[in-house]
Design a protein around this ligand. Structure first.
Ligand code: KMH
Ligand code: ZN
Length: 308
């Protein structure tokens, strides 16, 4: 049987700001439309954050998610993944809110505290639509994205009680060992959906040797008990995705991770990146997974068991 590759699309995130691209989805209807188009283009999972519709600032209140979660669920079979990363400016209780309330099939889970630098973008970006953007970006010079053992445990125990499984975001080799620690304690059950993140300033790089080292280490620690996906930040996006497909893994694209579709060209939509990824997968002789195939591969509870 042809191997199925799961494409996740991270639709808007909390890293990019409105002044960086006019195509970044901001309002609930933009987020819903982009998620639905990403599904049509081949994504099996959408990874979602919410923003204030007026300013585009990341908003982790459950009320900010409600308007688009129901629309996406009614109009498609896509697997909905709600972030618990929120934004690096937020603490875990606030970040956990939407996943705790809406009990999605998947929630993200960040596996370590780290620097998360986006400030170099200020070398080029000089004009801003909203007051919050420049200090938010500049603030990343002196900010820790906090994910302590206690934070991780709090997310694990709250969500696991709801049957929510995890997109386990590992930005460095040490994060795989942190996952192994929680596996040993019985707080995470296989199949683990490991999302390796490459090219964030503060995490592992995006060199092919970094990708292979991550894969080899995960293989050694988790053997057959995990499904591997990757995301490359910024210009690393497609190169890292390609390597994952060649190494037997899945991939994530979307405007959360990169604003581009090709060198120096802003992506017009999330679906444009999903289409590029899908074509790459098919050219390599594989097929993209449907949402139901992704549910089976990742042992998800089903779209009818969420609380929205
Ligand atoms: N922005 C990505 C590099 C989360 O939402 O939990 C990581 C992310 C975090 O997706
Ligand atoms: Zn995210």
């Amino acid at each position: 049987m042809t191997r199925k590759v799961i494409i996740t699309c991270a639709v808007t995130g909390a890293i990019h700001t409105p002044s960086m691209s006019p195509h970044l989805p901001i309002t609930p209807s933009q987020i819903a439309d982009e998620a639905l188009a990403a599904r049509e283009a081949g994504a099996a999972i959408v990874h979602l954050h919410a923003r204030d519709p007026e300013t585009g600032k990341p908003d982790q209140s459950p009320q900010a998610y409600e308007p688009f979660l129901g629309v996406i669920k009614q109009r498609s079979d896509v697997v909905i993944n709600i972030t618990t990363g929120g934004a690096p400016t937020m603490l875990v209780d606030e970040r956990l809110g939407p996943a705790a309330v809406f009990k999605p099939e998947i929630a993200s889970l960040n596996m370590g505290s780290m620097n998360f630098g986006i400030y170099p973008v200020l070398d080029k970006l000089k004009t801003f639509q909203h007051d919050w953007e420049e200090p938010y970006i500049e603030g990343s010079r002196d900010r820790v994205f906090r994910n302590t053992f206690a934070d991780i445990e709090s997310i694990l125990t709250t969500c696991a009680g709801n049957g929510t499984r995890f997109e386990i975001e590992c930005y460095d080799i040490g994060h795989l060992y942190t996952l192994a620690h929680f596996v040993q304690r019985g707080l995470v059950t296989p199949p683990f959906f490991v999302q390796s993140v490459f090219g964030v300033l503060g995490g592992i790089g995006a060199h092919p040797e970094d990708v292979q080292h991550m894969r080899r280490t995960a293989d050694r620690l988790f053997g057959q008990d995990y499904q591997w996906s990757v995301l490359g930040a910024g210009k690393a996006q497609m190169a890292v995705a390609l390597q994952s497909v060649l190494l037997g893994g899945h991939l994530r694209v979307g405007l959360e991770d990169s604003l581009y579709a090709g060198r120096g060209r802003l992506a017009q939509s999330n679906a444009e990146q999903v289409t590029l990824a899908r074509e790459m997968v098919e050219h390599l002789g594989f097929e993209v997974a449907t949402p139901d195939e992704a549910r089976e591969i990742l042992n998800l509870k089903g779209g009818d068991k969420v609380a929205f």
